[in-house]
Design a binder for this molecule. Structure first.
Ligand code: SF4
Ligand code: SF4
Ligand code: SF4
Ligand code: FES
Length: 929
């Protein structure tokens, strides 16, 4: 054996491109690369094994997030005992194999291949935007190419045109080497299948959809192809404009609850591009259009960067320095406290802010304001998740990590639209679906997943809005009455009494699919088939979104999903959280009845612990929720509010009521990036920082705590937590933290599930999923493994109670709402980016039959009226929704969608019933609300 040295696997640099994906095998094989011994999992390519030991083999068509393709023939190697020069990317390692990566023969062959590529490539390296960041250039250097024997006179592709239609990247066909990496990235990683190689041989070319410009094709601008491209063919426009970046900072996307990790690449203080981090725990190197490209709002001219104050909301704003603004705000709040008592003021935390920023706001309310009047914007989205999962399992959070979906055999998606709202997770889920998992979709709208390239839901339950609980009860009825319950699991893990009560309830004939078909609109046989598929799969996993929680029975619905599919890979109950830090804002004690870590304020032991660390006596009675604060304001009792990063005048239901409440207050403090709708009612505006300026942590939907690092200097001079601490001090309660890391240390000190978390640990591990403590020092990807956190799993009977919001003769249609891929919530950020090219206004989707009955044509302006209010927007005829249902988004303030949503809410948590509003539509002659 010719081994000279054994390679230490701990030395592998996984941040570099190892050429092909890693193999999943417990069997190891030993190979020798240029004499260096290395042990790799069976199935590992020769290219990857070589890269692991630092012997980087030249390559063009291979990259380690795509399956090997073997087309460029640059990665040839010699293997002892084998004839020829096989491609190392497609050759798996075998026990005892001895590989040579650098020989005179290989040099010659590789030079020949490169010569052919370069002879059909523009020789404009010095002026090319990718100069210094181009794999073709690197490979020419790596193979030692010095001259090209063939001229450019022959047939070539150098005159091919450039497609600049996409707002964020260009496609310069003259530079394309037809390596197919982009096509494979779009299929394998993103799952959109927007690209193909059209034509044959010399005429082969990359084609978006039917040879359309990128903007008009099926492309969703995720950027995976741009990242995969080894040349400047697919290139970010920002790189073309600003030049190749010179420094990097790792941070986390501030849009949705997937929590993708990014490497921000900069020149000086200017972001050139955001590159998804392939070591990111949540995204493994993938991204969507928002995180990848829509970060320009941070530099938008609308940003307010100095504090503003005014005596009354009729006055003009006055720009002041931080000291004056803080003193003004504190004096007003103290005056209200003196005159109306401590219960007259409170605060709202933001799911867009960091854990540390949220923590200090709830601490200020409890310790400086003197009440528990703190709530969070999660009230209007996932509060039923917190409540429901705590009741059944004992923890207010999802049970799995995202990677778990790769082991699921049946996936049930309820009231969620992952391809639009959680796109990077959707790509992972679609990979599993393409590999054969069954898909069950429960949604009034035929979302993308129901039928998209290479995916079709085996079971689509198109229920009527507001009947989720009835559908889940019917599914459970089938499971219970057809002998599909996992009896052993129930006997071992669950409370027997509650199970017996639940079984008696769910077996009642009134819960059968046949009895409920009229209510739900789902045929009994369709539902029975879906129930059987889910219950009989080895691993059944549920993923759900706001279509579950934003109902009058949101909490009931979450509890109805309790299932024996818990505690291992491939299963679980998984809320797809909306905003980047909605999990974190809930974890951080933002609810009026709970301290950090979901511990009730009335628990003496817990309260004493917080009182002692905070050095102040704390109230044991829960404070007011957002709707209570607003009602109390309208009643003239609640007078002052601190609103951190939330636009309640646009995002909360029944806008008229919210406006009336805000108008009635004496001190409204808004802390945000832009003057939003709520700031029309504010007396103090404290400028917030974008995620590019923040230092702290976000917690994603899988309980993963990710670091957010300051990429650029703060444009406001003070971070949010510093502003909050300054206000608290001016109110008489100093919070003298020196850094965000110090705030996290206090969170860890006071929270058993965070006890092991620190910035140092996060820097070391990259991210960590709570609980992270002595029992789980590296975090907990899968929860409830051996037993439920609450001890025995609790079954809860979930009778279906129809919402009061029903269609009537006056309001015969049911409106449901959602969001789309390119925009984010109220659009404050995405509307200030080029993403508006995909969605410049909210439109109302209406079924053809309903439109025809009302004389409405595609594109017409229509008026939508509910019992809460009315607004106008354009109509779009769509067969994604059934007759009787209409659908819209709420991304643009001008369409005022929440003017028409009602103040109905979940019985347990007051989460608003955004998903069901009875409305009527009529053609409109006017064009705006
Ligand atoms: S566009 Fe880039 S990735 Fe796609 S085939 Fe051409 S060179 Fe390869
Ligand atoms: S940006 Fe994404 S969706 Fe569009 S072509 Fe590239 S990989 Fe496909
Ligand atoms: S999936 Fe979510 S977290 Fe990831 S890049 Fe897109 S918006 Fe950001
Ligand atoms: S990298 Fe192996 S054939 Fe292209």
């Amino acid at each position: 054996m010719n081994m000279v040295q054994q390679f230490d696997p701990a030395q592998v640099d996984f941040s570099q491109d190892l050429g092909t994906p890693g193999a999943r095998s417990d069997v190891m094989v030993n190979v020798f690369i240029d004499g260096m011994g290395v042990s790799v999992p069976e199935g590992t390519s020769v290219m990857r094994a070589a890269a692991m030991v630092g012997a980087n083999i030249p390559k063009l068509c291979a990259t380690d997030n795509l399956e090997a393709f073997g087309s460029c023939r640059l990665c040839l190697v010699e293997i002892e005992g084998r004839p020829g020069t096989p491609a190392s990317c497609t050759t798996p390692c075998q026990e005892g194999m001895s590989v040579h990566t650098q020989t005179a023969r290989l040099d010659k062959l590789r030079k020949g291949v490169m010569e052919l590529y370069i002879s059909d490539h523009p020789l404009d390296c010095l002026t090319c935007p990718a100069n210094g960041d181009c794999e073709l250039q690197d490979m020419a250097g790596a193979v030692g190419l010095r001259t090209v024997r063939y001229g450019m006179e022959g047939e070539n592709h150098l005159q091919k045109g450039k497609d600049e239609s996409n707002p964020y990247f260009t496609f310069d066909a003259s530079k394309c080497i037809v390596c197919s990496r982009c096509v494979r990235a779009c299929s394998e990683v993103q799952g959109t299948f927007a690209l193909t190689i059209a034509g044959r041989g010399f005429g082969s070319e990359v084609s978006p959809s039917e040879q359309q410009p990128f903007l008009e094709s099926e492309c969703v601008s995720c950027g995976a192809c741009v990242q995969a491209c080894p040349t400047a063919t697919l290139q970010e426009k920002s790189v073309i404009d600003l030049g190749v970046p010179s420094r990097k900072v790792k941070t986390t996307c501030a849009y949705c609850g997937v929590g993708c990790s990014f490497v921000a690449e900069l020149r000086g203080d200017e972001v050139v591009r955001m590159v998804p981090d392939k070591q990111g725990g949540a995204n493994a190197g993938h991204s969507c259009v928002k995180g990848r490209f829509a970060w320009g709002y941070a530099q938008h001219q609308d940003r307010v960067t100095t504090p503003l104050i005014r005596d009354s909301i009729q006055d003009e704003w006055r720009a002041v320095d931080w000291d004056e603004a803080i003193t003004f705000a504190a004096d007003r709040l103290k005056a209200i406290k003196r005159t109306h008592g401590v219960d007259a003021i409170g605060g709202i935390t933001s799911s867009r802010c960091t854990n540390e920023e949220v923590y200090v706001v709830q601490k200020m309310v409890r310790a400086a304001f003197g009440s528990n009047n703190v709530d969070t914007c999660a009230r209007v989205c996932h509060s039923p998740t917190g409540y429901g999962l705590k009741q059944t399992f004992g923890t207010s959070a999802g049970t799995q990590d995202f990677a778990s979906v790769e082991q699921a055999d049946a996936i049930m998606v309820i009231g969620a639209n992952p391809t639009d709202a959680h796109p990077v997770f959707a790509s992972r889920m679609k990979r599993r679906l393409r590999a054969g998992a069954d898909l069950i979709v429960v949604d009034p709208r035929s979302i993308d997943l129901v039928r998209s390239p290479h995916i079709q839901a085996e079971h689509y339950l198109q229920l009527l809005p507001g009947t989720n609980v009835a559908v889940l009860n019917a599914i459970s009825h089938v499971v219970a009455t057809e002998g599909l319950i996992d009896e052993a699991f129930v006997a071992e893990r669950c409370n027997k009494t509650s199970f017996k009560a639940w079984l008696d309830f769910i077996s009642l004939p009134e819960n059968s699919p046949e009895a409920l078909a009229g209510t739900t609109g789902v045929e009994a046989e369709t539902l029975r088939a879906a129930a059987r598929a889910y219950a009989s799969a080895d691993n059944g996993a549920i993923y759900y979104g706001l279509g579950v929680t934003e109902h009058s029975q949101g909490s009931t619905m979450v509890m109805a999903m309790a299932t024996g599919n818990i505690g291992r890979l491939g299963v679980g109950v998984n809320p797809l959280r909306g905003q980047n830090n909605v999990q974190g804002s809930c974890d951080m004690g933002s609810f009026p009845h709970e301290f950090v870590g979901y511990r009730h304020v009335s628990d003496d032991t817990v309260r004493d612990q917080f009182s002692s660390v905070w050095g102040v006596t704390l109230r044991e009675d829960p404070g007011m929720r957002i709707p209570n604060m607003l009602d109390s304001a309208v009643a003239g009792e609640f007078k002052g509010i601190y609103i951190q990063g939330e636009d309640i005048a646009q995002s909360d239901p029944n806008t008229h009521h919210v406006a009336e409440a805000l108008r009635a207050m004496e001190c409204v403090i808004v802390q945000d990036l832009f003057l939003n709708e709520t700031s029309h009612f504010a007396h103090v505006f404290l400028p917030g920082t974008s995620f590019l300026e923040k230092d702290g942590t976000f917690t994603n939907a899988e309980r993963r705590i990710n670091r957010v690092r300051p990429v650029m200097t703060s444009r406001t001079g003070l971070s949010e937590w510093e502003a909050t601490c300054a206000l608290s001090e001016a109110m008489g309660y100093p919070m003298p933290y020196q850094s965000a890391g110090e705030i996290m240390d206090e969170i860890a000190q006071l929270t058993p599930t965070f006890a092991g978390v620190s910035f140092d640990l996060l820097d070391k591990l990259g991210s960590v999923q709570w609980p992270c403590n002595e029992q789980a020092p590296s975090g907990t990807p899968i929860m409830h493994k051996d037993q439920f956190v609450r001890g025995e799993g609790q079954f809860i009977t979930t009778p279906y109670v129809p919402t009061d919001e029903r269609s009537t003769r006056k309001f015969p249609l049911l409106l449901t709402t959602g969001r789309i891929l390119s925009q984010y919530n109220v659009g404050a950020q995405t509307r200030r980016t080029n993403n508006v090219v995909w969605h410049a206004e909210d439109v109302l989707d209406i079924h053809e039959a309903d439109a025809e009955a009302r004389g409405v044509k595609d594109g017409d302006w229509i008026e939508i009226a509910s019992r809460a209010g009315q607004t106008r927007m354009r109509a779009r005829i769509s067969d994604d929704i059934p007759a009787g249902v209409v659908y819209t988004t709420f991304h643009h303030p001008v369409s005022g969608t929440n003017v028409i949503t009602t103040d109905n809410s979940d019985w347990a948590t007051n989460c608003p019933e955004y998903k069901v509003t009875a409305v009527e539509i009529r053609p409109s002659t006017e064009q705006r609300a």
